[in-house]
Write a protein that binds this ligand. Structure first.
Ligand code: XMP
Length: 515
């Protein structure tokens, strides 16, 4: 089925994916393309609307990203945001200049044209998120100013007849209190999209398309138990049942009971119709990791061992027609602005396609989806919530949450401590709000007393971060009583641990993982 499409043209703004996600929240399908995308290609895609993102440059400088005037002459509505707004004005004959002071942060915007389609239902004074050095000092011919701020004479402008809209602030950012309404007004109002992007129909269409593509072929899927591979596996199983074989490698570096949980859902006792192979490779991994302390070497060993194990299983299965990959839309975008280049993400980040598996073609059923959409698709198909809302968990697993050498004993400590931590966080309802949280085992041992006895045991580090994109993060503000309770339970219940610390480090300079 042909869906309505809005495209986001990316000028290097940090919010490019956010814009596309917000548009999709309006039930309109949206894809991101580089500003280098040819006008002919854009015409071919026949979008209902075009959104130009922000970006770090000044549009009046010679080598800044730009687009030719014909983009605004296609008869397709265009919305420029921040840099995109300035570029639109600049290209169409307005003037953009450096401002005396940067306008940054939450700012009151005063709407001058209440009848503007963009501001339908928006308050006359509304808080918006500003972040710019340059400003539009003169609007292009045919435009009128539709809002301003104390510092900025043109916070937005439009040429209603040509359906061209320039907004200096960032409606995609949640700090812009009525931003979602403005984007909705653009895509559903100005562009007249009907809102045909819905997860229920996406799931239904995908299942049908997979069935047609696979025919009576055989499909192999590496199941990690994470959200993406789980949702992909269920979709495949609904489409083709037992023609699908899922291989789940338990590398002994999973969270407590995770291997059994995955088996309970996907194994023979679970609700899905598929072939499930669980490989218990714990001992193999532990022996490969014995004596290894360097984090990069650990990652490499874990990745390579995964290939070996998967290869052995694949050989037993023999040639297959398709291999499933859990690639999602951000992987596609991050692989090089826009959806042109197909980058294959291995579930265990081993980097590259498993060429040892005899297969003809890759299937990527989640390639068009953002993470929140993958989750919605999962719920739509009846996958249990605890699986769908699982936190991100790295491919190398606890191998990168244990500083220094990995041993079965250390894995037990970190698993037990982590299970307690997660339980207590969930007990106070913080599991829905904290971005990612886990326990790690430091390699530090120190003296303590337990009862009358001197101990010389390990320290557990508790990590919890809030993050939007996992590129930057801040330590979460967990109530002290909660931390105290977690500490006391870990000390009492986890043998070998006598100290608990809370990691306050943000990213940068830290990373989210603790390795
Ligand atoms: P860092 O530690 O780099 O993590 O700040 C950012 C996010 O990426 C996850 N992460 C990984 N995910 N394989 C994965 O699938 C990996 O090797 C890996 N390393 C880090 C991490 O959990 C966080 O969400």
């Amino acid at each position: 089925m042909k869906r309505e499409l809005v495209i986001v043209i990316d000028f290097g703004g940090q919010y490019n994916q956010l814009v596309a996600r917000r548009v999709r929240e309006c039930n309109v399908y949206c894809e991101i393309y580089s500003y280098k995308t040819d006008i002919e290609k854009i015409k071919e895609m026949n979008p209902k609307g075009i959104i130009l993102t922000g970006g770090p440059n000044s549009c009046y400088e010679a080598d800044s990203p730009t687009y030719t005037k014909d983009l605004f002459e296609l008869g397709i509505p265009v919305l420029g945001l921040c840099y995109g707004a300035q570029l639109m004005q600049h290209v169409l004959g307005g003037k953009v200049e450096k401002a005396d002071a940067r306008e940054y942060g939450k700012t009151e915007v005063i709407v001058d044209k209440q009848s503007s389609k963009i501001f339908e239902g928006v308050s006359p004074k509304t808080i918006c998120w500003m972040s710019h050095f340059d400003y539009i000092s003169q609007i292009a011919p045919g435009f009128e100013i539709t809002s301003h701020t104390d510092n900025c004479p043109c916070a937005s402008a439009e040429n209603e007849e040509k359906k061209l809209y320039a907004i200096q602030f960032h409606p995609e950012v949640l700090h812009t209190q009525e931003g979602t309404k403005m984007l909705y007004n653009f895509v559903r109002g100005v562009c007249e999209c009907s809102g045909d992007w819905r997860m229920d129909s996406f799931v239904e269409e995908s299942i049908k398309a997979i069935r047609e593509k696979v025919g009576d072929g055989k499909v192999l899927c590496a199941l990690s138990g994470g959200v993406d591979s789980s949702v992909a596996a269920v979709m495949l199983s609904k489409a083709i049942g037992k023609q699908l074989t899922c291989v789940f490698v338990d590398h002994g570096l999973l969270r407590k009971n995770e291997g059994d949980e995955v088996e309970a859902v996907f194994g023979p006792e679970g609700p899905y119709d598929l072939n499930f192979i669980r490989v218990n490779a714990q001992e193999r991994y532990y022996s490969k990791l014995a004596g290894v302390e360097d984090p990069e070497t650990k990652r490499k060993i874990i990745g390579e061992e995964f290939i070996r194990v998967f290869e052995e299983e694949a050989k037993k299965i023999g040639a297959v027609d398709f291999l499933v990959q859990g690639t999602i839309y951000p992987d596609v975008v991050e692989s090089g602005l826009g959806g042109e280049s197909a980058v294959i993400k291995s579930h265990h980040n081993v980097g590259g396609l498993p060429d040892y598996v005899d297969f003809k073609e890759i299937i990527e059923p989640l390639r068009d989806l953002f993470k929140d959409e993958v989750r919605k698709a999962g719920l739509e198909m009846g996958i249990p919530e605890y699986l769908v809302f699982r936190q991100p968990f790295p491919g190398p697993g606890l191998g990168i949450r244990i500083i220094g050498e990995v041993t079965a004993e250390k894995v037990r400590m970190v698993q037990d401590a982590d299970a307690i931590y997660r339980e207590e966080i969930a007990n106070v309802g913080l599991d829905k709000t904290i971005g990612q949280y886990f326990a790690a085992l430091t390699n530090m041992r120190s003296v303590g007393v337990m009862g009358d006895e001197r101990t010389y045991d390990y320290a557990i580090a508790l990590r919890a971060v809030n993050t939007i994109d996992f590129m930057t993060a801040e330590a979460a503000d967990i109530p002290f009583e909660v931390l105290q309770k977690v500490m006391s339970r870990i000390i009492n219940e986890v043998r070998g641990v006598n100290r608990v610390m809370y990691d306050l480090t943000s990213k940068p300079p830290g990373t989210i993982e603790f390795e």
